[in-house]
Design a protein. Sequence first.
Length: 287
Amino acid sequence: MISGKKSEREKFAGALETYAIEAMMSDGKALQMGTSHNLGQQFSKVFNIRFEDRDQKLQYVWQTSWGVSTRLIGALVMAHGDDSGLKFPPNIAPVQVVIVPIPTGNWKENILPLARDIEKKLEKEGLRVKLDEREEFTPGWKFSEWEMRGVPLRVEIGPKDIQKKQVVVVRRDTGKKESVAQSSINKKLSEMLKQIQKNMFEMALQFQKQNTHEVKDYDEFKAIMESKRGFIKAFWCEDRDCEEKIKEETMATIRVILMDKDKKAARGKCVFCQKSTETVVYFGKAY
């Protein structure tokens, strides 16, 4: 995820400053997820929005605008999802743990009571838990459904697990299966959810780093845009004509202009016209 100051031409309705949050989706395209605008007194003067200050004088208000919407959900789905469906980070997953009892033999007397007991224990730990005791669907069908819904952890309980005093836990982020003792399931699952949260962030960050390229000339820029996915970090002279020509030829636009604190190189040459400049930007194809 990259944040930075947008260029002058993209400032909203004369805003003094605009900051944006951009994220790389799983196909390498950029999605702007939210912006904040310092509107100053641009609108208050037009619409006569005033207040009485401590000296009992009327002053025009200073305004800001914060744009965060449901596209954050879209970004979440597109950044983490895979061919099996959704993949929710545990911190925001509606259901963090789903328990699936295996309906074999006299399962309602032997397996279901244990599943309900585990559900209660996990809920006491503050976890969001769902017990899937539906009889009209097979375990395999349930496994597929909850994977598609993106539930971080799936707990399977069968006859053999009863005998061994354990359960089988499956992670949605890696697909890894692990046997967990029933006596330590509360602590173990809480730890696993923290691990999943961290792992999903690191996977997304690693994907972004692997698909972010630095170039020095326009030929290299075009070659990457034609053959690879992701962002291109390059110098830009701040001339709108350069950006427009790059957009016409490659469909890439400037997504973010780096703030001074994020810059590593002092000066360079514009990727298109080769003029000397200090401005570093990220280009990318976007939704």
